[in-house]
Ligand binder design. Structure first.
Ligand code: FPP
Length: 250
């Protein structure tokens, strides 16, 4: 596996019990299409496998004590894909969000969405709202599912809302600072991600949590998302634990 920054003579990775876990993990679930293509299958079957991995990894993160998990499921740009593929993804969202109503209950997972919900069908929007409502008093991990999400769009919305508050006299323009921006993003009130994992070997951020990832550690893994297993997550956590975070200091 190609790991960014891993030295050949690095010490053996510490076990999960010995490491400081990131509080907030983001995952760009990439590589479904290539996984299918490699097998001569339609892309939508790659998404089907990817959705199962999403469920397994989400439950695993909750079990090991991650407090916030944000998964990138559908970007504002993904509407440009062929109709058949977008339709298959909408079908998967429906069935997994239906299952999530019960499925994530045992794990005590709080389900939230980041992105513009209004882009989805009324049926899917209702399932999203039902998941939020049913899980809101749970005490476990917060799962943010990024759907119809784009970070530039998120920042534009924040700026518009802030401008409106200034115009209405609720906010003094001179008092606007970085926290004001954070407070107007979909992730308001949540800590910034400590670690973002991108499987599939691509070195790109793809419009994901641009503001929130100012000091995030990135781990790129050379595995396609449908092949991603809990052991790969462990490996990413171990790599993260060996990083020296300086936040611009020394
Ligand atoms: C990117 O791979 C993946 C997506 C655009 C879809 C991700 C969605 C899932 C895994 C389903 C999750 C389900 C729920 C309910 C959250 P790609 O198609 O861009 O892969 P490629 O780069 O190999 O073409």
């Amino acid at each position: 596996m190609a790991l960014f920054g891993k030295k050949k003579d690095a010490l053996p990775a510490p076990s999960l019990e010995d490491i400081v876990l990131p509080v907030h993990v983001g995952i760009i679930m990439d590589g479904n299409g290539r996984w299918a293509k490699k097998r001569g299958l339609p892309r939508k079957l790659g998404h089907r496998e990817g959705a199962q991995v999403f469920r397994t990894i989400t439950r695993y993160c909750s079990k090991i004590g991650i407090k916030y998990l944000t998964v990138y499921a559908f970007s504002t740009e993904n509407w440009k894909r062929p109709e058949d593929e977008v339709g298959a993804l909408m079908g998967l969202f429906k069935s997994y969000l239906q299952e999530a109503l019960d499925d994530f209950q045992d794990d005590d997972i709080v389900v939230r969405f980041i992105g513009d919900k209004s882009g989805f069908s009324p049926e899917l929007q209702k399932l999203m709202d039902d998941n939020i409502e049913i899980s809101k008093d749970r005490k476990g991990m917060v799962l943010n599912i990024a759907m119809n999400y784009g970070s530039r769009d998120e920042i534009v919305r924040a700026v518009k809302n802030i401008s409106e508050e200034v115009r209405e006299g609720k906010l003094d323009a001179g008092s606007i600072d970085a926290q004001t921006i954070s407070d107007h993003l979909y992730t308001a009130g949540q800590p910034d991600p400590d670690l973002i994992i991108r499987p599939s070997g691509e070195y790109r951020i793809s419009n994901f949590m641009l503001w929130q990832s100012a000091y995030t550690e990135f781990v790129i893994m050379n595995k396609l998302w449908p092949d991603f297993r809990t052991a790969d997550l462990d490996e990413a956590l171990q790599i993260y634990s060996q990083r020296n975070r300086r936040y611009g200091g020394v």
